[in-house]
Unconditional design. Structure first.
Length: 127
């Protein structure tokens, strides 16, 4: 068993599951979405991006692209949440929370594509 492949797969699946955990719940209810879970999803997504550098295959390039998309979506969600919570006079409204969750859902799609690519690549490897 290749330890590097295990760590790589672990972080990709962890990024997906953290993202799913954050997105689950009523889209406009801030009580259903934890800020720490969004933070962890961002950190793990950034770790995945770093792990994907260096792979020169076509699938590797696609996986890096999906990871960059997920990073941008999650960072955007954090920025919207931070702006609403700290700067905006309205505070964190249901509409703002829906925007945060929608951005995180976009990252979820990117993470799902990344996992599918990982499974396809793994299935195509011959012993």
């Amino acid at each position: 068993m290749n330890r590097d492949k295990v760590i790589f797969g672990f972080f990709i699946v962890l990024a997906l599951t953290l993202n799913v955990g954050f997105v689950m719940g009523d889209i406009d209810n801030p009580n259903h979405h934890e800020v720490i879970e969004l933070f962890l999803a961002i950190v793990v997504s950034l770790i995945c991006t770093v792990l994907k550098f260096g792979d020169r295959s076509h699938v590797g390039a696609l996986m890096l692209a999906t990871s960059l998309v997920a990073d941008l979506q999650l960072i955007g969600a954090a920025l919207v949440w931070g702006y609403a919570g700290q700067i905006s006079a309205l505070g964190l409204t249901g509409d703002t929370m829906a925007s945060v969750v929608s951005l995180a859902a976009g990252a979820l799609v990117a993470n799902l594509v990344s996992v599918v690519l990982l499974v396809v690549e793994t299935a195509s490897v011959r012993r």
